[in-house]
Structure formats: structure tokens, C-alpha cells
Write a protein that binds this ligand. Sequence first.
Ligand code: ZN
Length: 289
Amino acid sequence: MAAKKFTVLIIPEGSHQVRRFNVRRSVLQWLAGVVMVMLLAVGLLSIDYFRTHLDRRDYARLKTENRSQQLELQRLTASLQDLQQEMVVLAQNDAKVRVLAQLSKPRTDTLAGIGGAPEEATGDHFSALQQQIDAVRQAIDLRRESQEEIQGFLNDQRSLLAAKPEGWPVKGWVTSSFGMRKSPFTGKPKMHEGLDIAARTGTTVAATADGIVSRAETVAGYGKLVVIDHGYGYKTYYAHNSQIFVKVGQRVKRGERISAVGNTGSSTGSHCHYEVRRNGVPVNPRKFL
Ligand SMILES: [Zn+2]
């Protein structure tokens, strides 16, 4: 279109009057430009509108999520507080057991000093939660240490009980007690360092506590002798046996047969000479029967 001007005819319906306008080419071009710009603006605005709409939907979803997460967080905090309460009860029980076992007090717990966090400030809430978790973990470590200590103590107690001589090595009757007596051989006063229990030759002699056989041999005076080392400073002697059934180094249990009653060594009749030594010193075996 090379024309400079255009003529626009407007013919209203049902009328014969015709209106004509002369329009310049530049005006038409300007109008086209304006329309283009408006279309562009409408396009951009609608894109923006849809984006905002999507954002708003996201926002609503996130808000709901956030709320449910906060509820979850509160629930977690509550159950963590329950855990802490239980740890406090455990600590109290632990302290009681330690008193019974006469152990020293465990290190003080920091658990009781930690409270809840404000509900709104989520960052603080998380760090408080972490602190509470750390505190519970620390309390668990303390309990575990203490339990191990108590267990060790009980094991020691059990070993000591098993090691301490108890009961009769032979079923029989006491013919001579521990202490000063007139020697049946020389007639002079002499210390009798054990207990004589009379029984038929061949009667079973049993260990009076757990231990390790440290001697199983014939010794002048004692005759066929068995000595058991029980640890904790305890040793027991079984003398004048007719037979020995154990070897040096052998581990024996309380009640286990070690020898048979006899009349070997310096003895005037079939009996078991039973001695208990504490740190090498003979003590009255009657205290251990
Ligand atoms: Zn004796």
C-alpha cells in the first residue's frame, strides 16, 4: 500500500447517509502500534496473574504443611519430655541400687535442668530439641556406665562368695578343735591349726569353695595333703587323706570331690584335718562351717 491517505466509509444500517473519513497512513500505523502494545500488556499481565495464582496455591499448601510440621514438632517435644521423665526415674532407681551395692554416687545428671522451648520460634525450638536429645543421650551413657559398674560389683561379690570357704569338707564329727591342745604325740601344749573331723577311711572329702588346687602331695606330718587356693587371700588344707583325686593347677568347684579320708602322716585315726588360712594365717574353720 503506497497510498498516503485512506478513506473510511461508515454506512449505518437502514440509512442512506454515508459518512466518510479521510485517515492518514501514519495515523493508521500509530493505531496499529497502540493495539500491539495493548495486546502485549494484556499478555504479560495474564502471565503474571497466573503465576501469582500458582504462588498463592503453593503458599497455602506450604502454610498447611508448616502447621502440621509444627504440630508434629510439638508432639516430638512432648514425647522427648516423657523420655526425660523416664530417664529421671531410671536415675533414681540406679541411685538406689548403688546405695544397696555401697558404690559411690554416679556423676550428677544435667537432665533435670533442661526445660521446654517457646512454641513459636522454630529455630530456637529445634536447637532446644537438639539439646534435649543430647541430654537424654548423656543420661543414657551415664546409666550404662553405672550398670556396668554395678554388674562388675555383683560379679566380684559372686566370685568372693564362691571363693569364701563354707560348710563341711567331710560328713563326720569333730574330734579336735582349732587352738592350743596337748599334742597327742609329745604330750606338750601345741597349737592345732585346724579342725579334725573323724570319718571312715574312704569317705569323700569335698572342696569347701571354688578354687585352684595349689598342692596335691605327701608331706611329713600332713600325710597326703590337698591345698586349694580360692583367691581373695583364702586357702584351705585337707590332710591325712588315703587318696587324692585332683592335680595341681586343677580348677575345682565347691562340693567337688578332691580326696578320700585316711590316716596318712601324723595321725592317730582316720580323720580329715581341715585348715582355713586367710592371707597365710590359720583361722578357726568353725567360722566357715
Ligand atoms: Zn588336725
